[in-house]
Design a protein. Structure first.
Length: 664
């Protein structure tokens, strides 16, 4: 038998072992840092506990965080949980320039607890710093801090005894995924239920699993676990459960935001978060599901394991989470889930490095991604998911100076075909092939076939909806395009490129008011996002708001490196005239920059000429722009509208494979 202590004070009762805080409004789970603040104040009832003392208790000396702001945040969370206010305290009083004190009596209650059954470890919460290390007797352990506490909880490998590293990559993710998707169902049924699952579609975010192993090389495995869960859960019941994409989820790695803030920004009902840690050769994965509306922890479970097959652990965790969600939220049978990953741990490690490089979205990173994917294929030459990743990389390399465009697209098509030969049901390979067929071959029929296959096979595939919307917009199917973009945005709500592209597709649909809204929403997230700034200027011009158009164009040109002096003319008394003057200046400036080979900017030059009314010159430039990927939008981009009435336009469009889609 063991003994632990509960604390009673005022209208509250707090259990440090579980983190549960019971009060007039019910029981909530108090996060790690606020809980430690409460314990420190209770241990010195009525006395001032200095900020320095709290800092040393909450963060060891070698932890690198903003102590002042994070301590303030922890105290604020404690006050929020207690319904207390700094200006009129009933529980926690601030002593200016010194610290804090608890101003109510505290009663300690000893509780006797039976030891856990040897057959089944009692589930732990994931909120206490003491469990941040895997249990290695006789050292006590406790689960990790949550994502909401990520700004205050930094991994601290120095707190444990020195240990010998295992050889090579630590292969634990495989055995664990199957561990987080089995124990959860039983634990959830025994411990918590969802009070009122929302009507309609349930939205879930899987936040980046935190790496508390003390080894930066394990970051790939943490990301792999996150992505594997997103993939598994996104394919459960897509008509009922929507899972936020990796791109949006990863923006919250170490974000100093609460679960409520993250939930609101992502528009989700539930958040799944967790961590990886190890001690010696033993590992632990912790996962917990949180209901955003009231911060209720619906379940929290730890999974301990010995080194083994990383992929099997991953599968087990994912399967258990999926099973639990199906039982508690989706009210139906769980479909069989096929792995999207590889069977070899070394290949999977290389694949994850490739994926992480790809998501950096720049030319040098794409080249690194190619190298990692090729390494994975030398180990697992039949892995369709790797071919799909490689095809995606070649697709985006086509838009950089790192590879010839035609060569990149041909490689994208060939590697996507290789993936489909190995797995005809690879949504990722279908999507990559569709993209190359659209922007390189302008084969709208085959491209649409593969885009539709991608979204049919994986209805939670945000990027597929995004890329498919481009085809729909180019084909003058604007309502379908915007519906696809809205579906993608529900799954990837913080993507700047997605929301900005939505603005352009509104423009192509002759809906400039809605385009303005989409561009402004993008710029509210990043005021320096040039693709949205340029689109907003164009939308204002289409609305006849010439003063706003010139003001926004000036900001856009500044983002491109133009000086205040170079754009001063945009402040002239005739904004409409100034707009066209800007087009002329941009045209001449671009000509000077690309004197040697202007073909790469031929379509841009054609757009300047078309808007300025230089129709013959516009067609001359278009003849040099035959390989430009943007030509798929030739018939819908308003910057080329003045060419439509010319008898040369229809034959040109037909020669580009655009026949039969004109008619805005």
């Amino acid at each position: 038998m063991t003994v632990h202590v509960k604390m009673k004070f005022g209208e509250f009762e707090y259990d440090p072992a579980s983190g549960d805080l019971a009060g007039p409004a019910g029981t909530i789970r108090l996060h790690d840092k606020p809980g430690q603040v409460l314990q420190a104040l209770a241990a010195h009832e009525g006395e001032v506990v200095t900020r320095d003392a709290l800092q040393k208790r909450l963060w060891p000396e070698d932890t690198h965080v903003d102590f002042s702001n994070n301590l303030n945040a922890a105290v604020k969370r404690l006050r929020d949980a207690l319904g207390d206010q700094a200006a009129d305290p009933h529980y926690v009083e601030t002593i200016p320039r010194k610290g804090y004190r608890l101003i109510v009596p505290v009663e300690m209650i000893d509780l006797v607890q039976a030891p856990p059954s040897p057959e089944k470890e009692e589930p732990h919460t994931a909120n206490r710093e003491e469990e941040e290390q895997v249990p290695v007797p006789p050292e006590p352990t406790a689960p990790p801090p949550t994502q909401a506490d990520a700004q205050t909880a930094a991994p601290n490998p120095a707190r444990t005894k020195p240990r010998r590293r295992s050889r090579g990559p630590w292969p634990y993710l495989t055995v664990s995924l199957v561990l987080v998707v089995l124990g959860v169902a039983a634990f959830w049924r025994g411990r918590a239920t969802v009070a009122n699952p929302p009507e309609g579609k349930i939205m879930l975010a899987v936040l980046p699993f935190q790496n508390y192993t003390g080894d930066a090389r394990e970051n790939d495995f943490a990301d792999g676990l996150t992505e594997e869960l997103i993939t598994h859960l996104g394919r459960l019941q897509p008509e009922r459960l929507g899972v936020i994409s990796r791109i949006s989820a990863m923006t919250y790695r170490d974000a100093p935001k609460t679960i409520a803030e993250i939930g609101q920004e992502l528009g989700v009902h539930y958040i799944l978060e967790g961590s990886l840690r190890r001690s010696g050769n033993r590992g632990r994965i912790t996962a917990q599901l949180i209901q955003v509306a009231d911060q209720t922890h619906l379940w929290a479970e730890n999974y301990d394991f010995e080194p083994g097959d990383m992929l099997a652990i991953q599968d087990r965790v994912a399967h258990q989470v999926a099973k639990t969600l199906t039982l508690e939220l989706l009210d139906g049978a769980m479909p069989a889930i096929a792995r999207a990953s590889l069977a070899d741990t070394r290949a999977y490690h290389a694949f994850l490095r490739g994926r992480n490089a790809w998501f950096q979205f720049n030319g040098d990173a794409y080249l690194r991604a190619v190298a990692h994917f090729e390494e994975a294929l030398t180990i697992s030459p039949d892995a369709a998911i790797v071919y799909a990743g490689l095809a995606d990389t070649y697709n985006l390399l086509a838009f950089t100076s790192k590879m010839n465009q035609a060569e990149a697209f041909e490689l994208a098509k060939s590697t996507a075909h290789e993936g489909l030969q190995r797995d005809p049901d690879s949504a990722e390979a279908h999507n990559a092939l569709a993209f190359a067929l659209l922007y390189h071959d302008r084969d709208f029929v085959q491209s649409e076939f593969h885009f539709r296959k991608a979204v049919d096979l994986n209805p939670g595939f945000a990027m597929a909806y995004h890329w498919y919307a481009g085809l729909l917009s180019a084909r003058n199917r604007h309502d379908e395009a915007i519906a696809a973009m809205e579906t993608s945005l529900r799954l990837d709500p913080v993507s700047l490129s997605l929301r900005s592209d939505l603005g352009w597709y509104f423009l192509f649909a002759d809906r400039p008011e809605e385009a303005v809204t989409a561009f402004k929403e993008t710029l509210a997230r990043n005021e320096h996002y040039g693709w949205a700034m340029g689109g907003l200027a164009q939308a204002y011009f289409e609305l006849g708001l010439y003063k706003q158009a010139c003001y926004t164009l000036r900001k856009s040109l500044h983002l491109d490196g133009w000086s205040e002096t170079e754009t001063a003319f945009l402040d002239g008394p005739n904004p409409r005239r100034a707009w066209f003057d800007a087009l002329s200046v941009q045209k001449e400036k671009r000509l000077r920059e690309v004197q040697g080979d202007p073909s790469g900017y031929a379509l841009e030059m054609a757009m300047y000429c078309a808007q300025l009314g230089s129709i013959d010159e516009a067609f001359t430039w278009l003849d040099q722009a035959h390989a430009d990927t943007w030509l798929v939008f030739l018939e819908v981009d308003p910057r080329l509208d003045r060419l439509h009435a010319d008898p040369r336009f229809r034959p040109l469009a037909n020669s580009l494979g655009l026949n039969g889609v004109f008619g805005k």
